[in-house]
Design a protein around this ligand. Structure first.
Ligand code: PLP
Length: 360
């Protein structure tokens, strides 16, 4: 069976060798030695000043909304994982959807201002597939209207934009280290903020709002364990190797589809961006064709993923969400193809041959 993604796993002995340090200390969570070491190494690799390792990539988004006391409208993208919308609802705010740019699949910055009302407090946007949002335009709009900018950067691990970590743009960025992501710790994530007071409050939120016997604020449990940190410490040294393998696969996909009408949103990435090769989404002419291709691959036990589908503005449990025709259209036609470190090249050939046969 070939899945759309597969967790990269280090040799078992490498994992247990690192884990042994936690064992010897009999200290397995609560900001242990391995968590601290992972945070330091991630700050260095990602070139960010502050970073907190968290339980996943969703709770830090909630903490981001909380730390800015957001209670009103949050402008957001309809093309992301459902977590992006869920956290807005979960924190009692109202998601206001602004359609995406047809090239980048990220929120269309030129359409944001029309959606701003007196109740708007923030913009929560996703760097889809690691493709940067229009961070400069968003910053200008946010400054002009006094809005906070939060990026769901779950896909953006290691991406650089204009020479700077993409994770350092906006007031807060969050990343996911879920097992299916480019860099993972099994479950895990991080939150990055630029303002020291915000970082301090996020640190408190992560551990129930208290330090020892001093209780400062409300909080949640967003800590992560030494078991997860050990996985990260094993995988981080291999990250360039992982990215290079995925780059080769993506270049293969692109060259295989060159003479078809198939497009990929990742083709829009230009020289301003040092990309991370996190996903390979492909856009079919229509939904029927996508479904037929998906089914034919499944018959061969090859699994793709409609990533993302449905457009979040069309979630059944939302009330009165604006229509977003570009996102709805893209969601109906986009399919993520298998991509992971050791995807065999002959399997990739099977995938591209089958697809090419069906689309030309
Ligand atoms: C994976 C993902 C999340 C959720 O991250 P978890 O670590 O699974 O909580 C949020 N947003 C996007 C865009 C994602 O891809």
């Amino acid at each position: 069976m070939i899945n759309v993604t597969k967790a990269y796993l280090p040799p078992f002995e490498e994992y247990t060798a690192i884990l042994k340090r936690a064992w010897d200390n009999a200290w397995i969570t609560n900001n242990g030695e391995l968590v601290q070491e992972l945070e330091a190494k991630l700050k260095n690799y990602l070139q960010v000043d502050n970073l907190l390792f968290t339980s996943n990539g969703t709770v830090p988004l909630q903490m981001a909304l909380k730390v800015f006391n957001l209670t009103g409208e949050v402008i957001t993208t309809p093309f992301s994982y459902v977590a992006t919308t869920n956290v807005i609802l979960w924190e009692g705010c109202k998601p206001v959807f602004v359609d995406i740019d047809p090239q980048t699949f990220c929120i269309n910055a030129t359409k944001i201002e029309a959606a701003i009302t007196p109740a708007t407090q923030a913009i929560l946007a996703t760097h889809v597939y690691g493709i940067p949002c229009d961070v400069e335009a968003i910053e200008i709009i946010a400054k002009k209207h006094g809005l906070k900018v939060i990026y769901d950067a779950a896909h953006a691990f290691g991406v650089k934009y204009k020479g700077k970590s993409l994770l350092s743009y906006g007031d807060i960025s969050t990343c996911s280290f879920h097992a299916t992501k480019l860099f993972h710790t099994g479950e895990g994530g991080c939150i990055i903020a630029n303002d020291a007071a915000v970082v301090h409050q996020l640190m408190l939120y992560r551990q129930f709002g208290h330090v020892g016997e001093d209780y400062f604020s409300e909080g949640i449990n967003a800590k992560n364990s030494e078991f997860h940190a050990a996985m990260g410490l094993c995988i981080l040294p291999d990250i360039e190797k992982i990215i290079t393998a995925r780059k080769i696969l993506i270049l293969n996909y692109l060259s295989a589809f060159k003479n078809t009408h198939l497009l990929s949103p990742v083709s829009c990435i230009d020289n301003n961006t040092k990309w991370n090769y996190s996903y390979f989404p492909v856009l079919f002419e229509n939904e029927q064709l996508l479904l037929a291709v998906k089914k034919s691959l499944e018959d061969k036990k090859i699994f793709t993923r409609r990533y993302f589908y449905p457009a979040l503005n069309s979630l059944s449990f939302l009330k009165n969400a604006a229509s977003c025709p570009i996102a709805e259209n893209a969601s109906a036609r986009v399919l993520a193809l298998p991509l992971y470190y050791d995807l065999p090249l002959d399997i990739q050939d099977q995938i591209t041959e089958l697809i090419i046969k069906m689309v030309i």
